[in-house]
Design a protein around this ligand. Structure first.
Ligand code: SF4
Length: 472
């Protein structure tokens, strides 16, 4: 991540969205819609690879799905098998060659790979492969997976996948294809989500179920931690190819990344977020007149807080949905304007009111501080900030773009110091116990960025691990 980008990050950013379709008329068109629904997971680049059984073609570019994948492009991607990818880079630069899906030729034919996640042993593997003569075309860790599959001596595609994926460590939800098969795989911890859907005459794989809904596919189930699925003319074959040592689904998918209309890791995202808000209201009530959200990701949690507290929910902030890439990585002059460009307070609602503002998380605190100034300027008498997750004190190494630990405000400031910095009357975070009480299987999640243990060893320095995995 370059410095400008790191500086601009005041939100955790997801790595990518992946989508695949097998056995449906114009698969590339369905993948287009799937990627459109998953646009929130990555806005830097988009791409689709399709196969008509003989010829495999691809197109990718920098920008949003609707900009990159035009009608003309889709017309040039025929066939009933296709995969696609939206990218927000967590490793590798934002360049066209780093856009996905990655399409390679190897002795077994064609292979296309789309990856959501981050491989923590990528550098060591890459150095070893380069020392043996492998030539890499990109700086993405995803290319390592393609090389490992190509180098495998196993006969079946399942065998090749098992060989390759048992050598990589970290987080991956992969959607891949050959000329005639669609494949999906999740890492042994199941960090990033992937689900299986059924079409009338085919199958699909998606990061989130909102991608299935848009094309009328039926949600079948999540792809499990360590599972590999291969979909071909004989149907869906599934194997627990990778030994799971305990699940560690990313809890932030439920707190913030995924759309509330999705089911992720078998949980309804909206239901979990409402429960976070209700629990927060029980743990940290506030004497106030109204509850409002920092839209859109906090809407469900704020509704839950309103339900739990009995206070009315109001739309005190309106978000401009047409803010494009310029404001995701802005120049300094624009960055100072970015909060105002994105959010505008509703003065008639806020004037003279004691307001509970619910947000899903605080990363650096700079955006929250600007928002609170806007809310106060609009006439709010008191501001009580409530956060639907515990304080973030550690960086993520599993496919989520986070600032360094030093930039995370809660890593070096107490709650009262943060309240002072933000300029709020009171500040409260959801407790870790409260968070865990809102999901069906709390032991199946990763909470590492809240100061809990890191489930997998993280980072490398000259081939040495920076931090051992320190849980379970
Ligand atoms: S460290 Fe945090 S953001 Fe990263 S996978 Fe774990 S819960 Fe998710």
């Amino acid at each position: 991540m370059n410095d400008r980008k790191a500086h601009a990050v005041d939100r955790f950013r997801d790595g990518c969205g992946v989508f695949g379709v097998y056995g449906a008329g114009s698969a590339a068109e369905l993948v287009y819609f799937g990627l459109y629904a998953l646009q929130h997971r990555g806005q830097e680049s988009a791409g689709i690879v399709s196969s008509d059984g003989e010829c495999v073609r691809g197109h990718k570019g920098l920008g949003l799905v609707s900009d990159v994948l035009t009608a003309d492009v889709l017309a040039g991607l025929p066939g009933s098998l296709a995969i696609g990818h939206n990218r927000y880079s967590t490793t590798g630069r934002t360049t066209l060659e780093n856009a996905q899906p990655l399409l390679v030729n190897y002795r077994g034919g064609k292979l296309a790979v789309a990856h959501n996640g981050n491989l923590v042993n990528a550098r060591v593997l890459r150095e070893k492969m380069e020392a043996r003569g492998s030539i890499f075309q990109t700086t993405m860790d995803t290319e390592i997976v393609a090389h490992l599959i190509a180098h495998s001596r196993a006969r079946s595609i399942e065998g090749k996948l098992k060989d390759a994926l048992s050598r990589v460590r970290g987080a991956f939800a992969l959607v891949m294809m050959t000329e005639d098969r669609l494949m999906g795989a999740c890492d042994p911890r199941g960090f990033r989500p992937l689900c299986l859907g059924k079409l009338d005459k085919g199958w699909c794989l998606a990061s989130e179920t909102c991608g299935l809904d848009i094309i009328g596919a039926k949600y079948v189930r999540p792809v499990e931690a360590g599972e590999v699925v291969v979909i071909g003319k004989d149907g869906v074959r599934s194997s627990k190819a990778l030994k799971s040592t305990g699940k560690a689904h990313c809890i932030f998918e439920l707190i913030y990344f995924s759309r509330p209309d999705s089911t992720v890791f078998g949980e309804s995202v909206d239901k979990v977020r409402r429960s976070l808000g209700r629990t927060l209201a029980e743990e940290s009530p506030a004497r106030a007149d109204i509850v409002m959200a920092v839209p859109d990701s906090s809407n469900s949690a704020a509704l839950g807080f309103a339900e739990g507290s009995g206070l009315p929910f109001e739309l005190g902030l309106i978000r401009n949905h047409y803010v494009g890439r310029t404001f995701i990585d802005p120049v300094q002059r624009v960055r100072d304007q970015a909060v105002k460009v994105k959010f505008n307070p509703v003065r008639d609602i806020l004037k003279g009111k004691r307001v509970v503002v619910v947000d899903d998380s605080i990363v650096r605190g700079t955006t929250s501080r600007k928002l609170i100034r806007l809310i106060r300027k609009a006439g709010a008498r008191e501001v009580h900030f409530r956060v639907g997750s515990p304080p973030i004190v550690g960086s993520c190494f599993y496919g989520i773009d986070t600032p360094s630990r030093a930039r995370l405000i809660a890593s070096s400031h107490s709650v009262s110091e943060i309240a002072k910095f933000l300029g709020v009357d009171t500040l409260a975070y959801l407790s870790l116990e409260g968070l865990k009480s809102c999901v069906t299987k709390p032991d199946d999640y990763c909470y590492a960025c809240f100061g809990e243990c890191y489930p997998e060893p993280v980072g490398e320095n000259g081939g040495k691990l920076v931090l051992e995995g320190n849980c379970r």
